[in-house]
Write a new protein. Structure first.
Length: 204
């Protein structure tokens, strides 16, 4: 198959009738093929879920992108997103993110206007379902929420006004001092440290 033929095979028919939407889910991709990415300038909603993507440079230039699904890929804590200033909705569930601060700090710079972020089933996103305590879950939410002033949803739960205020109270002006906060699904010495405990230690 020629490169142009392969490109056509990757583009769903629905793209012709809805040019702002593209799904490349379940394609075993490690990146967006060049012959496809060259024609994505108008895409606003992109589904790349259930692939093997770890390098996000293939997203460069997608300036109109508002919604991006990267569920079930191979993103780790060092994943670097290109500048996506119009991105509002991002799913990165079921990836390999273990260091919360490293991932979130980079993401907040590249995607500053997020209103909906979902990180479920990553080691860096503690919850009842992956062995995290209630306090670790609250600490995780407060830390993430503090990075996006207009975040309306984190994972599957809406961000309340009180929760946002508490997030800013804890992390708002001191975020630079706690940039090394991390959460690991494999606790050192058999005991996890919550993000708030790490923050206190880092500010000493």
């Amino acid at each position: 198959m020629t490169s142009s033929g392969r490109a056509r095979s990757l583009l769903p028919v629905s793209l012709e009738t809805a040019p702002n939407y593209l799904s490349l889910a379940y394609r075993e991709l490690t990146e967006i093929p060049r012959e496809v990415s060259a024609g994505l300038a108008s895409v606003e909603i992109l589904d790349l879920s259930h692939n093997n993507i770890s390098d996000l440079r293939c997203l460069s230039g997608l300036d109109r992108l508002t919604t991006l699904n990267l569920d079930s890929n191979r993103l780790d804590s060092h994943a670097k997103f290109p500048s996506l200033l119009n991105l509002r909705v991002l799913w990165v569930n079921r990836n390999d993110v273990t260091n919360l601060s490293l991932f979130v700090e980079n993401l907040a710079v590249s995607c500053p206007r997020l209103s909906h972020l979902s990180m479920m089933n990553n080691a860096a996103a503690p919850s009842y379902f992956n062995g995290g305590s209630r306090q670790e879950y609250y600490d995780y939410r407060h830390y993430v929420i503090s990075h996006w002033p207009h975040l309306g949803y984190l994972d599957d739960t809406a961000v309340g006004q009180d929760e946002r205020a508490e997030s800013q109270k804890i992390y708002g002006r001191r975020r630079a001092k706690v940039s090394s906060i991390s959460y690991s699904g494999v606790p050192p010495h058999g005991k996890r440290k919550s993000t708030s405990q790490s923050a206190v230690e880092n500010m000493r």
